[in-house]
Design a protein around this ligand. Sequence first.
Ligand code: ADP
Length: 319
Amino acid sequence: MKKIGVLTSGGDAPGMNAAIRAVVRKAIYHNIEVYGIKYGYQGLMEGNIERMEIGSVGDIIHRGGTILYSARSEAFKTDEGQQRGIEQLNKFGIEGLIIIGGDGSFRGAQKLTEKGYPCIGVPGTIDNDIAGTDFTIGFDTALNTIIEAVDKVRDTATSHKRTYIIEVMGRDAGDLALWAGLADGAESILIPEKQEDFSTVIDKLRRGHKRGKKHSIIVLAEGVGSGFEYGEKIEKETNLETRVTVLGHIQRGGSPSGSDRVLASRLGAKAVDLLLEGKAGRMVGIENNSLVDHDITKILNEQHTINQDMYKLSQELSI
Ligand code: ADP
């Protein structure tokens, strides 16, 4: 293999740039030409493709977002769209493609691989919702962003003796809420995978109030429902002044944490190694601090699961 390509797709995540940098530099280290495809699969179909040099990825390791930009493309979900993508890759003589993104993006990688075009997936999403890897690129940064925000909310919550609901990202996956809740000492953590009884949430709030607690923090993953509706229900039931903060897209931005930069560098470089070994249809990941790779179809058929011990611990510590 003499020419490879790299693109970022779907929801962006801090650390994607560090992964792009690793792909580009590792490829050039091995005397491989590397091409950046802008705007994900949309840009691929349109031939928005540029040669990348060592300097193309200078001064980006610390930046959030993605210098290759991202996009969502319905057209790429069709056979015709995928065929157009392969035609563009062939036109440039690109023989293998590295896709940095979430599970949606990996479905695109799976389709291209099935059509005979070798692809490797690099998990980049703040949600940490992909099987076959302990962590995805961006999760640690988003977690730290939430923790910083909750610390600030906690100051005002204490001043006013309020209960705060913090709504965080996670439609199907509760990892961000679980980790943030544990790190923030939240009273309750509400995640799609585990529905704590409303009565338990209320009991905990009342017990804390009786003990003289000055504030309460509840972390809720968006997949559970609206933080505002939950807040209203709580205020009605307890008569405790309740406020809601929806963190939204600030969770996606910012300079990547040290852990995310290192993870992205390791996974990006590993993806290049796999292409050079002639592998295709694989996703790189990290398990027990070792780099691994798995069949992408297998990963897409599996569900990422939360750490049950951590959930139990969060309950034991929030009595
Ligand atoms: P993420 O990768 O963050 O999960 P999306 O689910 O939006 O984000 O997927 C990103 C893009 O991947 C989609 O806009 C589409 O172009 C492509 N994609 C998603 N599902 C498929 C599919 N079944 N076949 C081909 N491409 C897909």
